[in-house]
Ligand binder design. Structure first.
Ligand code: PLP
Length: 385
């Protein structure tokens, strides 16, 4: 059976060149980079090369990159670490559409007595900047707002946001897990203090990520024990993962422009094809400020899960809402925050492409999906017959 993988915001296929780059560090060069002997110490320069490759994708200095186990750790470390290092006690500001890796540490801090504001979004998922301006008036803040939304692909105006936070004397963290590798980022020109990224969203394996920590930004480390990463993240380095992340960042930097153009053209063809062949379908989220690889489409009056089930039988992988919430039938908190009607939230499907998506993949979905929608609508109790 044909496989068409359109769930790249959940995870991506490791690039074959990335796998090649990491294998020597599983087979021969498996030493500990902190060792004094050359067997381990020889590995150190490869970790440092990966740091340079990761920094180059962000316009950062290599010394500003801290390797972590992934997006969730980077988000937790950034938010808790910045809040605990700030004195006097700051308030915390985030948005209602963040990933749980941000929302949950923020809500945990609220339970510890910190003031928390969750700013809203409009019906297209765009940040309500006035909510942010108003919240910033309440005093020094640690602000965490995502660069790109994992469910809709909508981009927040991070340059404007960072400017507002810095003007108010706050610390700004952005969860750029979905943006890195697909959105040009240059921290020399965008005054973010902390930025999270994750390897498995950009064709490196799972279990590795990084945190950009601007020089001079104070952060209390989440993990204590060793002295790795200059005391900013203890724990023996995941050398194969780090080398893989470095390679993936280099590939993303070199290929981003061409990959984005191709992905956007394929995504637009998929989106236009589905909207024209499936009545009562709509795109969720802003179509202009959006990642090139994502479209979130609601097929009204039917269940997204039923669509996914039928697609999966035909070898097509997509997602309804974020991967973390699938498995539960909880409607997406992102679409609800946007005020999307109940019947549309339940019938929403996220298609997320990658540089490995082909024209034939899109053609296959355009052939297979409309009959599924017709069949499910014929059975739907919500459709007048
Ligand atoms: N932040 C966003 C926006 C994400 O999409 C994800 C993963 O889906 C994460 C954080 C968590 O990243 P990781 O899976 O590397 O822990």
């Amino acid at each position: 059976m044909r496989t068409v993988y359109l769930d790249n915001n959940a995870t991506t296929q490791p690039d074959p060149a990335v796998v090649e780059a990491m294998l020597p560090f599983l087979r021969e060069q498996w030493g500990n980079p902190s060792s004094m002997h050359t067997f381990g110490g020889g590995v150190r320069r490869h970790v440092e090369q990966a740091r340079e490759q990761t920094a180059a994708l962000l316009g950062a200095d290599p010394a500003e990159i801290v390797f972590t186990s992934g997006g969730t750790e980077s988000d937790n470390a950034a938010i808790r670490g910045a809040v605990e290092a700030m004195s006097p006690r700051p308030q915390v500001i985030t948005s209602r559409v963040e990933h749980p890796a941000v929302l949950e540490p923020c809500r945990w801090l609220r339970d510890q007595g910190y003031l928390l504001t969750e700013t809203g979004v409009d019906h297209l998922g765009r940040l309500k900047l006035d909510d942010l301006r108003e919240a910033l008036e309440a005093g020094p803040a640690v602000v965490s707002l995502m660069w790109a939304n994992n469910e809709t692909g909508v981009l927040f105006p991070i340059e404007t946001v960072a400017g507002l936070v810095k003007a108010a004397g706050g610390i700004f963290h952005t969860d750029a897990v979905q943006a890195v590798g697909k959105v040009p980022i240059d921290v020399k020109h965008t005054p973010v203090d902390l930025l999270s990224l994750s390897g498995h969203k950009l064709h490196a394996p799972k279990g590795v990520g990084a945190l950009f920590l601007r020089r001079g930004t104070r952060m209390k480390p989440l993990l204590m024990g060793g002295h790795q990463e200059h005391n900013r993240r203890s724990g023996t380095e995941n050398v194969p993962g780090i080398v893989a992340l470095g390679k993936a960042c280099e590939l993303a930097r070199l290929g981003m422009e061409a990959d984005n153009r191709r992905m956007a053209a394929l995504r637009d063809r998929l989106q236009a094809g589905l909207l024209s062949t499936c009545p009562d379908s709509r795109v969720n989220g802003d179509r202009t400020a959006r990642m090139p690889n994502t479209t979130n489409i609601s097929f009204e009056y039917i269940e997204g899960e039923s669509i996914l089930y039928h697609l999966s039988d035909l070898g097509v992988a997509a997602s309804s809402g974020s991967a973390c919430s699938s498995g539960s039938l909880e409607p997406s908190h992102v679409l609800r925050a946007m005020g999307i009607p109940f019947t549309a939230v339940h019938g929403s499907i996220r298609f997320s492409l990658s540089r490995f998506t082909t024209e034939a993949d899109v053609t296959y979905v355009l052939d297979q999906l409309p009959p599924i929608v017709r069949k499910l609508r014929a059975m739907s109790p919500f459709v007048k017959k």
